[in-house]
Design a protein around this ligand. Structure first.
Ligand SMILES: Cc1cc2nc3c(=O)[nH]c(=O)nc-3n(C[C@H](O)[C@H](O)[C@H](O)COP(=O)(O)OP(=O)(O)OC[C@H]3O[C@@H](n4cnc5c(N)ncnc54)[C@H](O)[C@@H]3O)c2cc1C
Length: 416
């Protein structure tokens, strides 16, 4: 084949994995691979959960992006301004233009706290925080250290969000942290969500709701945050309910990258990229693919999902170049450890069709599903090393493939 030009927008989880997998797949004389990202700081985002509790430091979860890319991948430290699908070109913020044969959109989501009235006004990063960014997580760590009594409210503003279990994990870890400090009885912990339960999927939602109750964390459902008063310490919903807080931990509104909205035909009204749920090709043009949080796919916005997608995407790019039919290989597989505090964690595994079920992963002898265990907690902690050394470099991990394993799952919804 003649030398192809592959341009990948975003050098986070999905962009890096895809670039490295493609580099392994194609020789230098077959394909030139370009990755564009606005900065050179690759954040291991699951680590942000631990920063507020002093269990990790931001420096320990950030590495240079360039160093995560295999030799022969060209890195552009630039902002993407616009994609011109008609011309097969991308415009960067220095005015330069990158032509492509295949484009991969992997620019994730944009946090939009400013979209909730009052959120970024007085009190932002003083009594209103988010651990979804490194700066926010570090500011929250300082504030939690000083927190001695009062109401700590955790609020998800709206769905979709990345890692939908992370806010629950935060609440569970806050319960543990306050116990450790001997002040749990002086703090009211509240979890306010726009959902009608603790989580989106019924069986997991019931299990996680029971855990909240067990830990005396008040669950407030169908709470759609409208405005925040950072001086008075009040969070108000659209239907007029008020939640008083001394500290508010927000998971702000998520949207797609602004350039997606500017690029003709690329995004939907929220800036996410319509994407075929099985092949990962986009309808804008056959040579444009997308993966990770940037897509509109009806599965979790999670690193595990992005990893499974990267495997299917690499295959489909090779098929596209070879003029072959694409493989409808992505089943929506998601896999998440859920920290529950006191050195325990749950594990959930699901896809488009199957909700999280009890049992074991990946086989009947594997890690317990939907049940708290120390093994799952160890799995969560070990994952950072797996991320840097196996997932990002694009190595195959035995037993961890795109298709959801069903062998260890208990089909009837009998709780473990
Ligand atoms: C607190 C927290 C905990 C999490 N925990 C887990 C977990 O336990 N398990 C799990 O599976 N997932 C977890 N996730 C989710 C996971 O980190 C994301 O789903 C994953 O990183 C998505 O990969 P991505 O490539 O789509 O986006 P990202 O990794 O976010 O990469 C997007 C990249 O695009 C770049 N970019 C955006 N716009 C532009 C532009 N205009 N120009 C140039 N560059 C641009 C950004 O700088 C960024 O580097 C967690 C996330 C958070 C925030």
């Amino acid at each position: 084949m003649s030398k192809k030009q592959i341009v990948i927008l975003g050098g986070g989880t999905g962009g890096t994995m895809t670039a490295n997998r493609l580099r392994r797949r194609f020789d230098q004389d077959e394909a030139e691979i370009h990755v564009v990202d606005r900065d050179d700081r690759h954040v291991y985002q699951p680590g942000l959960l631990f920063v507020p509790f002093g269990l990790a430091h931001v420096d320990e979860i950030v590495r240079p992006r360039r160093r995560q890319l295999r030799g022969g991948v060209v890195f552009h430290e630039r902002e993407v301004e616009e994609v011109w699908p008609e011309r097969d070109e991308v415009l960067l913020d220095d005015g330069s233009v990158l032509p492509y044969d295949v484009l991969v959109v992997a620019t994730g989501v944009r946090l939009q706290p400013e979209e909730t009235e009052g959120m970024t006004g007085p009190g932002w990063n003083e009594r209103i925080f988010t651990f979804y960014s490194p700066e926010g997580a570090a500011a929250l760590q300082g504030a939690l250290e000083q927190f001695s009594h009062g109401r700590l409210v955790v609020n998800v503003v709206d769905m979709p969000i990345k890692c939908p279990v992370a806010p629950l994990e935060f609440a569970f870890l806050a319960d543990w942290y306050l116990h450790e400090r001997g002040i749990r009885n002086k703090v009211e912990l509240v979890y306010a969500t726009p959902l009608d339960g603790a989580f989106t999927k019924p069986i997991a939602s019931e299990q996680l709701g029971s855990l909240l109750a067990e830990k005396e964390i008040e669950l407030v459902t169908e709470f759609n945050a409208d405005e925040v008063d950072g001086v008075g310490g009040t969070l108000t919903s659209y239907d007029g309910r008020e939640l008083e807080f001394d500290a508010l931990v927000t998971i702000p509104l998520h949207g797609g990258a602004p350039y997606v909205e500017r690029s003709p035909g690329l995004g939907d009204a929220l800036g996410f990229v319509p994407t075929d749920k099985r092949t990962l090709q986009t309808p804008v043009k056959p040579n444009v693919f997308a993966l990770g949080d940037a897509t509109d796919l009806p599965t979790s916005k999670a690193g595990s999902v992005t990893h499974f997608e990267a495997e299917v995407l690499t295959e489909n790019i090779a098929r596209y170049f070879a003029g072959q039919e694409l493989v409808a290989g992505f089943d929506g597989h998601a896999n998440c450890f859920i920290e529950t505090g006191f050195r325990k964690a749950l594990l959930i595994d699901f896809n488009y069709e199957t909700e999280p079920l009890p049992g074991h992963f990946p086989t009947a002898f594997g890690l317990p599903l939907l049940r708290e265990s120390r093994l799952n907690h160890l799995g969560k902690l070990l994952f950072q090393s797996v991320y840097w050394h196996a997932l990002l470099p694009g190595r195959q991990i035995p037993g961890l493939g795109p298709a959801m394993p069903s062998r260890g799952k208990k089909r009837s919804p009998i709780h473990a």
